[in-house]
Design a protein around this ligand. Structure first.
Ligand code: ADP
Length: 173
């Protein structure tokens, strides 16, 4: 069955869900945006696990479109699912990779037994993916994927992005 999807405005680090998804980078060693916020608020245990995953599983870094889980340190969630979105490119359609971030994150959530999962708008920050299309890709995967996740929350950081997401969710141009 597909998860019920919700749009909320806010900071993903405060979400009371089983797992939050991190828009990480290949290194898994932290960065800006949502990644920085998760490590700042979650504390050093998350980074220590990321380092272990790097050395044991992904010496060359986590590939784009893949996802991997750690515990969540001091965050209210139990797990952080780290995924790497593609950078936006006008001349190349990388949407299969963006969709894969949501698909692989749901698969990891299923392996963990997470029933509620919060997602940021992957790739729509430093990686410059247009927000409306980022929402379109996210919702189309979340609404159609077969998963044991019951509630998928798409967390939009500010009011303007929430307004874009609501318009896309309603199917209005
Ligand atoms: P990427 O490198 O994948 O583009 P970013 O972290 O730069 O990732 O941005 C992804 C999205 O997350 C952007 O829309 C950004 O505004 C948003 N964002 C940044 N910080 C937070 C946060 N604390 N909670 C939720 N969303 C956030």
């Amino acid at each position: 069955m597909a998860a019920t999807t919700e749009l909320v405005q806010g900071d993903i680090t405060g979400q009371r869900v089983d797992a939050i998804v991190n828009a990480a980078n290949h290194s898994l060693l932290g960065g800006g945006g949502v990644d920085g916020a998760i490590h700042r608020r979650g504390g050093p245990d998350i980074l220590a696990e990321c380092r272990r995953i790097r050395s044991e599983q992904y010496p060359d870094g986590l590939p784009t479109g893949e996802a991997v889980a750690t515990t969540a340190g001091r965050l209210p969630a139990r797990w952080v699912i780290h995924t790497v979105g593609p950078t936006w490119a006008k001349t190349k359609d990388k949407s299969p990779l963006l969709r894969s971030c949501y698909q692989r994150s749901l698969a990891v959530a299923d392996q963990l037994g997470a029933r509620t999962v919060a997602f940021p708008l992957v790739s729509a920050g430093v990686y410059r993916w247009p927000k409306d299309d980022a929402v379109r890709q996210a919702l189309s995967v979340l609404r159609s994927s077969d998963t044991a996740v019951e509630r998928a929350v798409l967390v939009l950081f500010d009011a303007a992005t929430l307004a874009i997401a609501e318009r896309v969710a309603a199917g209005t141009p």
